[in-house]
Each structure stands twice: as C-alpha cells, then as structure tokens.
Design a binder for this molecule. Structure first.
Ligand SMILES: Cc1cc2nc3c(=O)[nH]c(=O)nc-3n(C[C@H](O)[C@H](O)[C@H](O)COP(=O)(O)OP(=O)(O)OC[C@H]3O[C@@H](n4cnc5c(N)ncnc54)[C@H](O)[C@@H]3O)c2cc1C
Length: 217
C-alpha cells in the first residue's frame, strides 16, 4: 500500500508537491479546447520564459500558466483550478515587489487583456487589466486626457490601480484608483461582477487600494 503524507504549509492548508502535475492530460485537453489564449505547462518549450515575472527576486515554478485574452479564459482557468484543487494567483505586468503574482500552482496571466478604448466625448477610457502604461499613455497622448500612471512603462493597470497607484502627477490629479469609475471582475466562483459606487460598493472599495491578491503558500 502506498503511503501518502499530508504536508501542511505555513498557511495550514495542504501544500502541493512542486513538479508533480495535479491535473490529467484529459483535463488539460479540455481546458485548451475552449481557451482563446494559450497555456504553458511545466516541462514544455517556452515554459521557462513564461513563468518568469519582471521581479526575478521571486522564482517560482507554477504547474500551469494560462495566458488569458478574454474574460471567458479567466473563467475557464478558475474552473480548471477548482477541478484540480490548485490555487491561483493573477499576474499582469509581474512587477509586484512583494511577489504577490507568483506561486507554484496556477498563474492566471492577464497581460493579453490589454485593450484601451477611449471615449473622448465622455472623457473616459475602458482599459484591460493587462494594458501597460506605455500603451495607455501613448493612446491618451493628444486626447487631452490624462491618468496618473506608473513610472515604469511596463507596469500594468491591474496591479498598479489595486495598489493605489501614485504617479509624478498625483499631486495634481490624485491617486490612480480614485479616478476609477467601475471595475469588471471575475470572482473566485467564476461569476462576473461589475463594481462601482452604486453596484457591489464593497467590492469597489476593496479593489481600489487593496494591493491585489496576496498568495497563500
Ligand atoms: C520598476 C517599477 C516601477 C514602479 N513604479 C511605480 C510608480 O511610479 N507608482 C506606483 O504607485 N507604483 C509603482 N510600482 C509598483 C507597482 O505599481 C506595483 O508593483 C503593481 O502591483 C504592479 O502591477 P503589475 O500588474 O505590473 O504587477 P503584477 O505583479 O502582475 O500584479 C500585482 C498584484 O496585482 C494582482 N493582479 C495582477 N493582475 C490582476 C488581475 N487581472 N486581476 C486581479 N488581480 C491582479 C497580482 O496578483 C498581484 O497581487 C513600480 C514597480 C516597479 C517594479
């Protein structure tokens, strides 16, 4: 009889053996079939570059990285994580100096959700989680619109805004998160929620300045 020891991590939750896939080939095939983006699995070509974030201080070896390009990809990754019993972290620019966008299980990468749609008349922009500030600033250029943004051009909107977002222009325009009117997010159960001052006000409050998720190892 094979004995399995149950290892508890610092959080008290069972830890998952690094390097031992927790999902079957069939589960991976099913995920890939309905996935608009792409996945990178440990041990396959390109994985080493895919796993690395901007902050090389934090080296991690997730079992799978989902490069999402749309909302349904994020929903699919969360369903996959639930089915396999793996935990997720979200990653956009990978600039978290605290290492909050790495783990050894599943990384949901939203750098491919990078649209910037500007409505000049309404003086608003709709921006994807993975849009970086190089793109956002260049697209706002000449429109007469400005939003305080990251000093580093490859910092992405999702992490920056959730950390508050303080820029050289913040003394004039305030924190980035104070200029956000609404956020669309995928919740842990896979449902999609819209949060604003009028709708899901608690979520709206929490997402602006809460620093993003803090992974449990
Ligand atoms: C070189 C450099 C310059 C910086 N300059 C500034 C600056 O001028 N002003 C300032 O205020 N800050 C600055 N920062 C800090 C930066 O804003 C934060 O590290 C920010 O969290 C980075 O966001 P990211 O998306 O690039 O990082 P990530 O590491 O990808 O994400 C950061 C956090 O957000 C979460 N997250 C990412 N994407 C999503 C998503 N789609 N949905 C939900 N959660 C998500 C992650 O899980 C993590 O908790 C700088 C950091 C660096 C490394």
């Amino acid at each position: 009889m094979r004995r399995q020891s149950r290892v508890l991590s610092r959080s008290g939750l069972p830890s998952v053996e690094t390097g031992v896939p927790r999902f079957s080939d069939a589960a991976l095939a099913s995920l890939s079939a309905g996935f608009a983006g792409s996945v990178s699995v440990a041990g396959t070509a390109g994985y080493n570059d895919a796993r690395k974030g901007f902050m090389h201080t934090y080296q991690s070896f997730p079992q799978i990285i989902g490069f999402c390009v749309c909302e349904s990809d994020v929903v699919a990754m969360l369903a996959f994580a639930r089915d396999c019993g793996l935990r997720v972290v979200a990653r956009s620019g990978g600039h978290s100096t605290a290492g909050y966008s790495v783990n050894d299980q599943i990384v949901v990468d939203t750098s491919g959700i990078a649209h910037v749609l500007i409505d000049r008349a309404a003086r608003r922009a709709r921006v994807g989680a993975g849009a970086n500030f190089r793109k956002l600033k260049l697209m706002l250029d000449g429109t007469g619109l400005h939003v305080p943004g990251g000093g580093c051009e490859t910092v992405c909107v999702a992490g920056y805004m959730q950390g508050g977002g303080y820029a050289f222009t913040s003394r004039l325009f305030g924190m980035n998160c104070d200029l956000v009117e609404a956020v669309t997010m995928v919740l842990a159960d896979g449902s999609v929620a819209r949060a604003s001052a009028k709708k899901n006000a608690d979520l709206f409050w929490a997402v602006r300045g809460g620093t993003g998720n803090q992974p449990v190892f």
